[in-house]
Design a protein around this ligand. Structure first.
Ligand SMILES: Cc1cc2nc3c(=O)[nH]c(=O)nc-3n(C[C@H](O)[C@H](O)[C@H](O)COP(=O)(O)OP(=O)(O)OC[C@H]3O[C@@H](n4cnc5c(N)ncnc54)[C@H](O)[C@@H]3O)c2cc1C
Length: 475
């Protein structure tokens, strides 16, 4: 593997210009790309692509670079207190037809339907006020009006909030209808109305049941990683991409040292939040059409708080699984077990501005705020003393995610398809943000994108093989 410090890499670039960049590496002993394919990110998309490529072409040299000290990315299960796993990232398999079932079945993982524990009693609450039963039929009827009006609307896209304001709802109704946007972890004023409503209709047509993986989503990542032994490097935060047609160089920081690796094909599965941040230098920069597709999307915000109590203090409020949500959808608590039958566990789920608020408070103060909200719902006090264990997972400030999952900004239709397109048969893109509606934002969408990109890259390497002599001359 060619090794160079990032500084020397950049200094050389400045002298000879980016177009000669990879030739300069050759001067210091570089005789060809180190790898056929380098994949950035060991989440569902990256692991899927690596696994397929390793199978399709056993002779292919494939490397996955991952910034974290674990695989899985936004699939992140804690097994601190339960072998069944506590999901801090992806929670459920959405739908009996999710494409990722083929992987789950291949690995023989056990699952359970979320309907198996009995229907969840759903309440609404406002912070500091006792919970109440929402009138779901009224809410559905209101939302139906929005869908009908939007189906007849053929003007330019706007934010979902702006679209709601074209209709004669009162503030309470508008806030409750905003929950539809928050279910994509996006603020109503930031997300495209077309995406919320049209993709929501597509989602409803696709989605039936939700399932959990016993042992958690991290099992999936670990099983895939086991098949890729020696091909994944953890704790390698990518800092720069340098490319020209047919070859790309990547600099990354490992153990406080800057290192470089080159590849004939690069697969980028980094979350949109990371692509939008300035943390990775790209030379030459992505073309404008690619930058526009990245800027047409945005990361939602989510904070997940898993809590285990010494007893189900809510047993006088609910006889089975229960959830409490604010009508605007920004906060949710749920207890998945019937009191007394499973762990005395509650998950807190905070999206949009509520997630930002908790992220700004930080883990310690944020936790006090979460318990305070829970005290308001339950009417119990001093929940801190009943708390046995908790995990506070802030995806908003997570540097390798910078948000929960991608939503579409107003006018951003088509961006995902463009984001998925390769650049000069050299830079390839995958990840949940590149999945088509209604599968973006999901594990199975990331899986689909990993399969797609593996196909694209293996096709391109066949072309590469035909032209190998010509391309070899370039190195
Ligand atoms: C709170 C939460 C709940 C969710 N719930 C569900 C659910 O119930 N069902 C569902 O289907 N989906 C759910 N999702 C979404 C799902 O987790 C994601 O869509 C999916 O896991 C994304 O996979 P990916 O490979 O595209 O991205 P990621 O998993 O984010 O993988 C990208 C990888 O790139 C790495 N990386 C980032 N920066 C760098 C860098 N500079 N250098 C090297 N590596 C880097 C990251 O560490 C990460 O491992 C949820 C997500 C969150 C956050």
């Amino acid at each position: 593997m060619a090794k160079a410090t990032r500084r020397s890499f950049i200094r050389n670039t400045a002298v000879v210009g980016a177009s000669n960049l990879l030739g300069v590496v050759g001067v210091s002993g570089f005789a060809g790309a180190d790898f056929d394919v380098v994949i950035l990110g060991a989440g569902m998309a990256g692991l899927t692509a690596a696994r397929i490529l390793a199978k399709v072409g056993p002779g292919l040299k494939v490397l996955v670079l991952e910034a974290r000290d674990r695989v899985g990315g936004r699939m992140f299960t804690s097994t601190d207190v339960s072998v069944h796993g506590v999901e801090l990232g992806a929670q459920v398999i959405h739908g009996s037809r999710a494409e990722s079932w083929e992987l789950i079945r291949e690995y023989g993982l056990q699952t359970r339907s979320l309907d198996a524990g009995g229907a969840t009693e759903s309440y609404h609450f406002l912070p500091g006020q006792p919970p109440y039963k929402p009138n779901q039929a009224d809410l559905d009827a209101l939302y139906h009006k929005v869908v009908v009006k939007h189906a007849k609307y053929d003007g330019p896209d706007m934010s979902y909030q702006a679209f709601l304001e074209t209709m004669s709802f009162n503030d309470t109704q508008r806030s409750a209808l905003g929950a539809e946007a928050l279910s994509w972890s996006s603020e109503p004023g930031e997300v495209s109305a077309r995406a919320v409503i049209d993709d929501g209709v597509a989602w409803d047509a696709y989605h039936d049941e939700d399932f959990q993986i016993i042992g958690g989503h991290s099992l999936l990542a670990e099983k895939m990683a086991n098949e890729l032994e020696g091909k994944i490097q953890l704790s390698c935060a990518v800092a720069g991409l340098y490319w020209r047609s047919g070859v790309a160089g990547v600099t990354y920081i490992y153990n406080l040292q800057s290192q470089t690796v080159t590849a004939k094909r690069l697969i980028i599965t980094l979350p949109v939040g990371v692509l939008q941040s300035q943390q990775i230098e790209v030379l030459p920069p992505f073309p404008d059409w690619k930058k526009q597709s990245i800027d047409s999307l945005q990361m939602g915000q989510a904070v997940v708080v898993a809590m285990l109590f010494n007893a189900p203090f809510w047993s006088d409020l609910a006889s089975g699984p229960v959830s409490w949500a604010t009508p605007d959808g920004r906060m949710q608590f749920w207890a998945a077990h019937t009191p007394g039958e499973g762990a005395a566990a509650i998950t807190g789920w905070f999206v949009g501005s509520a997630a930002q608020q908790l992220s700004d408070l930080g883990g310690q103060e944020g936790m006090q705020q979460v318990l305070h909200w829970l005290e308001g719902i339950s009417g119990k006090t001093r929940l801190q003393e009943k708390l046995k264990w908790h995990r506070y997972q802030d995806w908003v400030s997570d540097p390798f995610s910078l948000g929960s999952y991608s939503f579409t900004r107003p006018g951003g239709q088509g961006a995902r398809e463009i984001l998925a397109r390769p650049i000069e048969k050299t830079l390839y893109f995958a990840g949940e943000a590149t999945a088509p509606a209604p599968h973006y934002q999901t594990v199975h969408g990331a899986y689909m994108s990993g399969k797609r990109v593996a196909q694209e890259v293996s096709d391109s390497l066949d072309i590469y093989a035909e032209d190998k002599a010509i391309l070899d001359a370039l190195f």
